[in-house]
Every structure is written in C-alpha cells, then in structure tokens.
Design a protein around this ligand. Structure first.
Ligand code: SAM
Ligand code: SF4
Length: 333
C-alpha cells in the first residue's frame, strides 16, 4: 500500500490513539468532575483497535502512542499492547509507547517492557501531595511516584510531562527540573490549551506562557538548544547541569504545523487530522461494515488527503471559551 502523504507533502508516520475516554483522575484542566463517558457500544473493542492500528502500520505509520483518558485503566489493555508489539518484532513499527498518568505503572511496568515498550511519558504537574490532589482531584502522588520507580526499575526511559499552570505550579518548575535531573528523567513543559468546557474557571486564568517560564529557568540553568526533533510541537534543550532533555510545548505561541507528521484516533474510531481543528473522519463505519480492509484503508487515505495546513488556538480576552469543543481526553493530547 502507498504511504500516507498529505496535501502539504507531510509524511504521516505517527499515530496517537486514545484507547479510552475514561480516567481514574479528574485533572482540572482536562475534565469536569462530573464527566459523562461514552456508552460501550460506541467505543471500539480492543480487537477493533488492533485492526485499525495495524491498518495504519501497513500504510506507513512507524510510531504508535497509546493515550486516553488513561490508557492503563482500560480493561485488558495489555492484550492490545501485546498484539501491537508484534509489529515491533517484524520491524514494521519503530516505536510503541504510551502517555499515562502513572497511577497503574507499578502494576504494568514489567509487562510493558516485555511487549517491547521502551519509554513512556508520565504526566506529573507537581511534587507536592496536596497540590497533586488539588490538580488531579482523585489522584494520589505516592501511587504515581511508586509507578515511576517501578518503571525505572523495569528499564523504561521516562519523560515527565508537566502542564505549566499560573498560580498553581509556577513556583515549582525549577524544582521539577532539578528532580528530573536527579531521577534521570527527561521533562517537557506544556502550555495549557483551550480544549473542552470545564465549568467554573477559565483557561485564561491558568495560562502561563512558556516564554516566561524559560526566561525564569535561564536564571538558574544553562539551557542549550539541541537538534532533537520529533515532528511535534516540542522544542528541546539540554540542561547542561543535569544532562537531561528539557522540552517546551508551546502550541499557543509557536507555530509547529509545518513539520506535523501525526494524526489522532479516538476510542470511537474518529480520526482527527489536526488537534486544533474540528474536521474529522469516521473510521468506525468502514471498520465495522466489512472484515475486508480495503474500504478502511481507502477511508484512511481519503482522510489524510484532507489534513489541514495548521491550527489557530487563541486564548485572549475576547475568546475565553474553548477553541475546540472536545476535551483533551477525547483526542488524547
Ligand atoms: N491520562 C494520560 C495522562 O494524563 O498522561 C493520557 C491522556 S492526557 C489527556 C495527555 C496529556 O494531555 C497529559 O500530559 C495532560 O496533562 C495533557 N492535557 C490535558 N488537558 C490539557 C489541556 N487543556 N492543555 C494542555 N495539556 C493538557
Ligand atoms: Fe486523566 Fe490524563 Fe486527563 Fe488527567 S490529563 S484527567 S490523568 S486523561
């Protein structure tokens, strides 16, 4: 089958898959406390997810990232990870990885390594147990730290993702850089994005431009620009004092769309060609209509042919609502 090249000549080689919309946390910037989740019939079975991911691998995807919701709370998730791991063994896939809140890592770290996973992104916004509970509402910091330890012992490389939140963790970002250095983790700071209605506070109150974060960090750390590119929105530096990578994801202040190599699949089989746009393609219907993959692969090609040039997120005073109405837990960030 031919590779997936979009109208702007970008080769689509990276698929992010949200395997569930559910989560054991309720992070304030991600979900409302009383989220309504999807009925089971709408959500793809693990077998359907496997078939869909495998179609993308046949069409040229080299990197798969499982996300959510929380991927590790989906029942039997290891069976999906195990079957996708076969594409690593055959050489059709370069990397199988996941983004997780870390709450289940102590249970699954060894199994992940056994299936061929070599690194994970773990979201952690604070090292203060009380703040952690305030941000995640339902999470416990101890459990995540225990998961990180298990992951490290199992041999997984770890990158911490931290959403920079004004008035919440801005006084701790420096400490996080030091802590990641001590633990041997890379770190990425993320600007809060305007996605989904959350009720109550608005994103403008939480928004902290990373340009300010970076200027502050420069007072203590030597940050060397490095040429490490993932085709995504992160720009990486090396923290000379710790030797670890430090990334900055600035979707609101930096345009990274020209090198975009990715598309996102939801747990209902909807393909989003751009995180910041509403246009999407339904792959569940062709998937369920026939066991033959021809129709499915044609639908994927048709969708890639519609991948937009870029996004335009804006958080400003005239525009306080979400730029995109779906929550991050739907498209998986
Ligand atoms: N549950 C997993 C986790 O938390 O890592 C995976 C899904 S979560 C939606 C993926 C990432 O999106 C997390 O790092 C989270 O902090 C981030 N995220 C969620 N909502 C966001 C928002 N509105 N702006 C920026 N990042 C957000
Ligand atoms: Fe759950 Fe991740 Fe969203 Fe937090 S950011 S509520 S852990 S999906």
């Amino acid at each position: 089958m031919s590779a997936m090249i979009d109208p702007f000549g970008r080769n689509i080689s990276y698929l992010r898959v949200s395997v569930t919309d559910r989560c054991d946390f309720r992070c304030v910037y991600c979900m409302a406390e009383d989220m309504t989740f999807l009925p089971k019939a709408e959500v793809l079975s693990l077998e359907e997810l496997e078939r869909l991911c495998s179609a993308f691998v046949r069409l040229g995807v080299r990197k798969l990232r499982l996300t959510g919701g929380e991927p590790l709370v989906r029942r039997n998730i290891m069976s999906l990870i195990e079957s996708l791991g076969r594409h690593l063994q055959s050489g059709d896939l370069d990397e199988l990885t996941l983004t997780t809140n870390g709450s289940q890592l102590s249970r699954y770290a060894d199994d992940l390594v056994r299936c061929g996973v070599r690194r994970v992104n773990v979201s952690l916004d604070t090292l203060d147990p009380h703040k952690f509970e305030a941000i995640t509402r339902w999470g416990k910091l101890d459990k995540v730290i225990e998961g990180l330890t298990a992951a490290k012992e199992a041999g997984l490389a770890i990158k911490i993702n931290t959403v920079a939140l004004k008035g919440v963790n801005d006084d701790e970002l420096d400490r996080l850089v030091a802590w990641c250095g001590e633990e041997g983790y890379d770190l990425t700071f993320i600007e809060v994005m305007p996605m989904g209605e959350l009720g109550g506070d608005t994103r403008l109150d939480q928004y902290l431009p990373l340009s300010m974060v970076r200027a502050k960090l420069n007072e203590r750390w030597t940050l060397n620009e490095i040429d490490y590119k993932t085709g995504g929105p992160a720009r990486y530096t090396e923290v000379v004092e710790t030797g670890r990578k430090l990334g900055f994801i600035t979707p609101l202040t930096h345009n990274f769309c020209e090198s975009c190599n990715r598309v996102r699949l939801t747990c209902t089989g909807t393909l989003y060609m751009c995180l910041g746009q509403e246009d999407a393609a339904d792959l569940r219907a062709p998937l369920r209509r026939s066991d033959d993959n021809a129709e499915l692969e044609a639908a994927i090609h048709e969708a890639i042919a519609r991948k937009p040039k870029g996004h335009d997120f804006v958080i400003d005073r005239r525009n306080r609502g979400p730029a995109v109405s779906r929550h991050m837990s739907v498209t998986g960030g």
